[in-house]
Design a protein around this ligand. Structure first.
Ligand code: PSU
Ligand code: MN
Length: 310
């Protein structure tokens, strides 16, 4: 009784599929999941909505169907309409939702913008295996004291969804993040790179587990992992295109200032990541926003190609 029938498919009774996504599942077409925290908390209005809609268009142009994921009125949504995306982008008080927040929000019929972790959960309920975003959460700097480790990493360890990102921002401790992923058995694949990209920059000084050169190679690795019954996802790290990448020294300075300010102000828990992202935007005068948008487009293209290949 936890399931309902949509067409020939059984889906969780808390989950709604958009018309486009329902049809794609029925026709067994490739689908790419997209998150909504990046819309509600990661970018300012109206660029957030413009970007979200353009990302969907890019996925369609590359032969896959987009499923932007979020929570509206206590319903899990796989596939938001453009009106719903606009709502998520404009509304001021939409909660940032990770795994732990889902039951409360559903029970109280609230709205929620889904992080990488909760987007993976909902994607997986809908049978979607590929997900494109900008950056993932990870082990924060100073985590040896604060224990601030994003639930995104735990989700990658247990949920069968591949996440295409541009690496992680150095607001995180990238070395510890990689150690954590190793412990949890999450493969980190570098798309045409040996090095873990660091969001705004193509290099980080840290290696990936494996360099992979084609979407097909990635799809083969994913299929093999899941055919073997190995649980969890994979992180596909796709470097930002050269022309949009930023100067490493500048970014390091900006991030260090932002991290210091967060410490002074006592910012903690789920507020840390949005605070640091907003601070970086403020210090770089919005110049980082264009890079952020372009790297998401780049990830959407690759994710669509992987989904088609899968
Ligand atoms: N990193 C970014 N941009 C983002 C996020 C992270 O560069 O928008 C968002 C994602 O939704 C990610 C979440 O899943 O922040 C991680 O938050 P936390 O560190 O609180 O787990
Ligand atoms: Mn955290």
């Amino acid at each position: 009784h936890n399931f309902k029938k949509i067409g020939g498919n059984k889906v969780n009774r808390y989950l709604d599929l958009s018309e486009e996504v329902r049809k794609a599942i029925e026709d067994q077409r490739p689908i790419v999941a997209l998150e909504s925290t990046i819309i509600s908390h990661g970018m300012p209005y109206p660029q957030n909505v413009e970007t979200a809609l353009k990302v969907e268009e890019i996925i369609r142009e590359h032969g896959a169907v987009p499923a932007t994921i979020g929570i509206i009125g206590g319903r899990l949504k796989a596939g938001l309409t453009s009106e719903e995306i606009d709502y998520m982008g404009r509304a001021k008080n939409i909660a940032k939702v990770s795994r732990r927040d889902i039951p409360y929000l559903i029970a109280h019929k609230r709205d929620g913008a889904t992080t990488v972790a909760s987007t993976m959960i909902i994607a997986s309920m809908a049978g979607i295996r590929v997900f494109a975003t900008g950056g993932v959460g990870g082990v924060h700097r100073g985590a040896e004291k604060t224990m601030d480790i994003s639930a995104d990493l735990e989700e990658l360890a247990m949920t069968e969804v591949a996440v295409v990102c541009a690496g992680a921002k150095s607001i995180l401790d990238l070395g510890l993040t990689l150690e954590y992923l190793e412990t949890k058995g999450v493969p980190v694949l570098g798309y045409q790179t040996e090095e873990l990209p660091a969001f705004y920059t193509r290099k980080s000084g840290f290696g990936v587990d494996y360099k992979v050169d084609t979407p097909k190679e990635i799809a083969d690795i994913l299929r093999t992992k899941w055919d073997l019954g190995l649980k969890g996802g994979a992180l596909i790290a796709n470097p930002i295109p050269e022309e949009y990448s930023k100067d490493a020294d500048l970014i390091t300075r900006v991030i260090e200032d932002a991290v210091k300010e967060a410490e002074v102000l006592g910012i903690k828990g789920k507020d840390t990541t949005p605070f640091l992202l907003a601070k970086i935007k403020e210090i770089t005068g919005g110049e980082s926003l264009e890079s952020n948008i372009q790297l998401v487009y780049n990830n959407a293209r690759l994710a669509a190609e992987i989904a088609v290949s899968l």
